[in-house]
Design a protein around this ligand. Structure first.
Ligand code: PMP
Length: 403
């Protein structure tokens, strides 16, 4: 991989922050956008901005074709059997809420839902709300100090009462890659359906959804070089047929009278209203861009970068890393003894370095470690070892100022 050539694709990486070259290490929150994707967005608004699926005019047809072509790119990328199993959403949160809302009709008191201890709030709160509506019980698969799920406990928790299992593919707060193959297989043995939150994995791991045999998988385009406000929910056709529509409105109907409405076929049943058309097309372009680099090359490079950053950061006096799983990717969460993470984040920002501080929408993980939050450096394929060195220099400086 020619990193310097790749960096030239990202105009934002040329900018300065506080008079210093930007070092962007907040990729787990959102990734940056290459010129190739920006061009697709500009081209859409300049040449064929129109509403889709409705018009007979040329612009509408072109927009529809481009949007449906993006759906097929997503299908191909994730090795999904049918494009009708690809639902465009506004992002991971939307996808999870769609499934949680629709599951109301299947659950009853006494049923159990399992979630992992290392979920993002968006993979906790909708299930709590679902339990509130149905009387089902939420059970938590615990984690250990390394930030790995205790799989023995998972197997013990599974029973014929388990109806749904939810887990992220990669933890946004710790970087742990969870053993989702084992999670899916064991859940299916007791007849439970599985939703995997792929938000944090999608930029690093190319998931083969047919091989995984997963029931639902959600991603957000903005974590993988696409724009915000668009994502996809994959659902196995049998599940998507069973789930009721999430929202009512235009596009999702077959026929409407005041007495009765019948719904459109998949995927439109779940796509009420005018979608983020340009966003969907740009999502497809982002996949093209990342695939042109190759996910294998990306994973290998990022692994090297994370290994190097881990070694360098651990050399700082008093620095502790949370999340030391054997299988992890692209996230390093850390604290320095006696220093608040927010103070480190503020000082390194003055040096042009963007890291995230806080609970990373995963408060239960912070409670587990009994800390208020962490500093999180998260990496992408366009980051360099020189940027890691700047981070280490910045954190060292912050430590010396604050202690
Ligand atoms: N799950 C995980 C693991 C995430 O990292 C995020 C984003 N931080 C989300 C869900 C929510 O994604 P979005 O805000 O794009 O809906």
């Amino acid at each position: 991989m020619d990193i310097q050539a790749i960096r030239k694709d990202f105009p934002i990486l040329q900018r300065e922050v506080n008079g210093k070259p930007l070092v962007y290490l907040d990729n787990a929150a959102t990734s940056q956008t290459p010129q190739q994707v920006i061009d697709v967005i500009v081209d859409y608004y300049k040449r064929y901005n129109a509403n889709i699926h409705r018009g007979v005019h040329t612009l509408s047809q072109e927009a529809t074709d481009a949007y449906e072509a993006a759906r097929q790119k997503i299908q191909k990328h994730f090795n999904i059997a049918h494009s009708r199993e690809v639902i465009f959403t506004s992002g991971t949160t939307h996808g999870i809420n769609l499934v949680a809302s629709g599951s109301t009709s299947f659950l009853k008191e006494g049923d159990e839902i399992l979630v992992s201890a290392m979920e993002h709030h968006s993979n906790i709160v909708p299930w709590q709300m679902l339990c509130g509506r149905t009387g089902a019980t939420l059970k938590v698969v615990p984690m250990n100090l390394e930030g790995e799920l205790v799989m023995e406990e998972y197997h013990n928790l599974l029973s014929d009462k388990t109806k749904l299992v939810f887990c992220n593919h990669v933890s946004n707060a710790l970087g742990t890659i969870n053993p989702i193959e084992e999670i899916i297989e064991a859940a299916h043995k007791v007849g439970a359906a599985v939703l995997i939150d792929g938000a944090q994995a999608a930029a690093h791991i190319k998931a083969d959804l047919q091989a995984l045999d997963v029931d639902f998988y959600t991603v957000s385009a903005h974590k993988m070089c696409g724009p915000t406000g668009v994502g996809m929910l994959y659902g196995k056709e049998e599940w998507l047929k069973k789930l009721p529509p999430y929202q009512g409105g235009g596009e999702m109907i077959a026929e409407v009278t005041f007495e009765k409405t019948t719904y459109a076929d998949l995927p439109h049943k779940f796509e009420a209203g005018t979608p983020n058309i340009c966003g969907g097309i740009a999502f497809g372009a982002a996949l093209d861009y990342m695939n042109s680099i190759s996910f294998d090359a990306i994973a290998q490079y990022e692994d090297e970068l994370v290994r190097y950053a881990t070694e360098q950061l651990l050399a700082i006096d008093g620095l502790k890393i949370y999340g030391t799983a054997t299988h992890k990717t692209s996230v390093i969460s850390f604290n320095i003894e006696g220093v608040h993470p927010y103070d480190i984040g503020t000082i390194v920002d003055k040096l042009g370095i963007a890291v995230r501080t806080g609970h990373h929408c995963a408060q239960p993980i912070m409670d587990f470690y009994q800390i208020p939050g962490t500093v999180r450096a998260s990496f992408s394929f366009y980051n360099t070892k020189e940027e890691v060195d700047k981070l280490v220099e910045g954190v060292t400086r912050a430590r010396n100022m604050l202690l």
